[in-house]
Each structure stands twice: as C-alpha cells, then as structure tokens.
Design a protein around this ligand. Structure first.
Ligand SMILES: [Zn+2]
Ligand SMILES: [Zn+2]
Length: 333
C-alpha cells in the first residue's frame, strides 16, 4: 500500500510502498478514499506527539471496509465508514465503564494502528462509524475530527432556543461550528479578523459578521453579547478578550489548542456573572452521528479543498501558511 510516511520530524513526508496490513481480532481493514488534514497534523509533523517515526498521520479517514478481523460481527465488507481519534478504550476503567472511552488512559487511536494518509488503514471496529448513504467521502472526512469536535462543543454549551452563539476562529473547525449552530436554529455571530470573509460567512449562516481584530470581546459586547461562544482560535489572548463579550450566565467553550500561554480570566466577572469557561473535545458518539447527519442532509456543507495524496507535503505547507480555505482533504482514488 502506498502511504505518506513521516520518517523524520520537520522533514517532507516520504511516499513509500508498505506491506498491506492484516486486521487482528476486533479490527477492520479500510481502503481509504479521503483523509482530511487537520491543524493537529502540523503538531504531529513537528514531533509534538510521543511517537517514534516512521509515522503515518491522518485522523480524518473515510473509506470502505475491505477485510474483517476475527470476531467483528456488526460491520461488513463494503461498509462505508469513517474513523475518529479514540477508537477503543480498555473497557474496564471508570472512564470506559461510564461510557467515556475517549478519556481512557489506554485509548487506542491512529497513533497505535496508523492513520489515513495511506491506501489502507487498520482500525478498531469500535472506532468505525457508518457514513450516511449518499454522503461523499471528501465531505465526510472532515466530520471525523473537525465536525465531531465542534458538535460536541456546541452540545456541551447546552444552547437553549433563541440563544445567541458567537464563533471565534473561523477556519476548519469554526466554519463548521457556525453552520451547525445555524442548523440548530440559533442566532449566530461570526467573529473574524478578515473583512473579506464577510459575505462568505453570511452564506454559511452567520446572522451577523463582526470584524473584530485584536479585541473580539469588545466588538461582541458592543453587538449585545453572546450566551455561548464557541472558540476554535489558537490564541489565548483572543479567548481572554472574547470572555468580555459573554452575557451573564454565558458559556465559552474552548476547543482550540492555544499556543501563546495561559488564558487570562477576570475571575470576578466569571463569578458574579455566573459565566463559565470550559474546554471540550470529541465527546459523545451521538455528537458525531448528529454531525454526519447534518452534512448528509445538506444543511451543513464542509468547505473542502481536495488534492491527491501525492500532494500531501504541499497541502501541509499550505495549511501551515494559513492558506487553506477551511479544510483540506487528500483523495486516494
Ligand atoms: Zn484533528
Ligand atoms: Zn479504559
């Protein structure tokens, strides 16, 4: 199988022909059709994960099952599936027993079995989710990290009918968060630094686009504030600012991996206003299911740039330069 292999960190990925893997008990072999590229893949590229090369990245894989390992009974050869990050827990710890396998210290992911930047990929059967009929592989792939993450964030914010939801950071995750919030009938505010995105964000479902620059909280407060802020920015300073735009009893849900130090919080504003700052990542499987259904129904449209797998290095550089228009997907066939 042909694969994009990280042989050394911070070096171009190498295209190699690896021997085809065989699924062990409880696993399946997936022929990958599309593999989304995520900001986290840049961290993988830079060696920020405890992995010894060679490494095949790719945690937004979508494809077709071609072989079943022993004991796999609920999946069939020919099933169209995607695979999310944490595929299987130990099954025995408190996290697993309470239905939160993703929090298991021994959870198995693409880091254990290899990722989707390869013609074939092993996955635990428990980590496979069926794609809704008719859903294109290239549109499905980004749901397995970006879509799942933001749908969990939205659900964890517990939005009520009529509430105002602001999205901070409108890239691969944020443009989906905006569309999911709109699809649920919530009033949406897009907080962007780029005035040129205004029309596009309106078409994606923003009721109001606030061109905010360095102080999104000020712009949001001036617009009346938000009950929920879904933050996907990697800037802790932007998150701290955005908190100033949160209404009393509002919730800011952070999903971004901030890289510029801790988030400064006005504790008294939090306390007296009964505001919440919480983190969120891929949570209930129902969130992934719901995220897929909304894309399959056409209510949410991932904005995807597609490239052949052989262009993985150029795509990675494009992503690092901030040039990808929302989400890049590598196509395998
Ligand atoms: Zn990701
Ligand atoms: Zn466990």
């Amino acid at each position: 199988m042909r694969a994009a292999v990280i042989t050394r960190y911070n070096e171009p990925w190498e295209f190699q022909d690896l021997s085809d893997p065989r699924p062990q008990a409880g696993q399946v072999l997936v022929r990958i059709h599309a593999s989304g590229m995520c900001g986290t893949d840049l961290h993988v590229h830079h060696g920020m994960f405890p992995l010894q090369p060679p490494v095949v990245a790719g945690h937004e894989p979508a494809g077709e099952i071609v072989e079943l390992g022993a004991g796999v009974i609920h999946l069939k050869v020919g099933d169209r599936v995607g695979v999310h990050w944490n595929q299987k827990g130990c099954g025995r710890c408190a996290e697993c027993q309470s239905g939160h396998e993703g929090g298991c210290a021994q959870a198995q992911s693409w880091m254990n079995l290899g990722g989707g930047n390869s013609e074939l990929m092993l996955a635990w059967a428990s980590g496979c989710t069926l794609l809704p009929d008719g859903l294109d592989y290239a549109l499905a792939a980004p749901v397995f990290c970006a879509g799942y993450t933001v749908m969990s964030g939205l659900r964890n914010a517990d939005p009520r009918p009529g509430e105002r939801v602001a999205i901070l950071g409108l890239g691969g995750l944020g443009h989906l968060a905006l569309q999911y919030a709109h699809a649920l009938g919530l009033t949406t505010f897009a907080l962007t630094g780029q005035a040129g995105k205004r029309d596009e964000l309106r078409r994606m479902g923003a009721d109001e686009v606030l061109v905010a620059g360095a102080d999104p909280g000020k712009a949001l407060a001036a617009a009346g504030g938000a009950d929920v802020i879904l933050s996907t920015t990697n800037s802790a300073r932007q998150v701290a600012s955005a908190l100033q735009g949160l209404r009393p009893r509002g919730r800011l849900v952070n999903m971004g991996v901030t890289t510029d130090g801790p988030i400064a919080v006005d504790v008294m504003s939090l306390t007296l206003g009964q505001r919440q700052l919480r983190g969120s990542s891929q949570d209930e499987r129902a969130d992934l299911y719901e995220a897929l259904q909304l894309v399959a129904s056409g209510k949410v449209k991932p904005a995807v740039e597609s490239y052949p797998l052989g262009e993985a290095n150029a795509v990675r550089e494009r992503l690092a330069a901030g040039k990808v228009r929302y989400r890049a997907v590598l196509l395998h066939r």
